[in-house]
Write a protein that binds this ligand. Structure first.
Ligand code: FMN
Length: 206
């Protein structure tokens, strides 16, 4: 078959609600510095890991429904919520307070190069993966035993895109920061044993 053959495709439905959000999504690195509401933060967390049916399945897919991802939320400027670090509990759709320190500066320090938007975002959602446990779960699927980690990284991407599209629909800006020093980011967060940071989602009003 000719490599030059092109079969024209039907036009994408870019004027549907989802099409509009997909077309509008961009990485945003400049924030107004004004607070986001707790309701919008709640919506973002639900889009990330919220329970969406009676079986306990979530908004983002997960290999064998193992759900190895955990969200740590570094709050800076959220109305009705003091600055500090929180964990998201999907079952209760609630936040667990972990620390009263604003961790945005520490996460900005962990970023590779100068990435001021990490500190200037109203909130940074740090995604962490229970890599050791998920590698053990999927150890028989691949001889080197790293299939679980691969799934966790893929799931991080799906979660990030959910949040990015939700942020776009809420008129919030977001940039996914994957460029960070692993040891520094892991040290900044009170991770459980076997967890590692996989993404920093910087969100705020534009
Ligand atoms: C895995 C991954 C890592 C990224 N890491 C960073 C980062 O560390 N800092 C940053 O400013 N943008 C980061 N980005 C955002 C990209 O620069 C951005 O998606 C790209 O320029 C395309 O622009 P768009 O998102 O506006 O379409 C990352 C994106 C991905 C998918």
């Amino acid at each position: 078959m000719s490599q030059n053959l092109r079969i024209p495709l039907p036009h994408p439905a870019a004027d549907t609600p989802l099409g509009h959000v997909l077309r509008s999504r961009r990485s945003v690195r400049q924030f107004s510095g004004t607070p986001i509401t707790l309701a919008k933060l709640a919506q973002l967390l639900w889009a990330a890991q919220g329970i969406t049916d009676e079986a306990g399945k979530r908004a983002a897919p997960s290999a064998a429904a193992q759900y190895p991802l955990r969200l740590y939320i570094a709050v800076g400027d959220v109305s009705e919520l003091p600055p500090g670090l929180y964990a998201y509990d999907p079952q209760q759709h609630a936040l667990s307070p972990l620390e009263t320190t604003d961790l945005r500066p520490a996460l900005a320090d962990a970023a590779i190069g100068d990435q001021p938007w990490v500190n200037e975002a109203a909130v940074v959602i740090a995604v962490a993966a229970a890599v050791t446990a998920i590698d053990t779960h999927f150890a028989t699927q691949q001889p080197d035993g790293r299939r679980g980690a691969r799934y966790a990284y893929v799931e991080t991407g799906a979660l990030c895109q959910n949040v990015h599209l939700q942020a776009t629909a809420l008129d919030l800006g977001m940039v996914l920061v994957g460029g960070f020093d692993d040891a520094a980011a892991n040290a900044a967060l009170p991770l459980s044993a076997g967890e590692e940071t996989t993404a920093l989602l910087c969100l705020g009003r534009v």
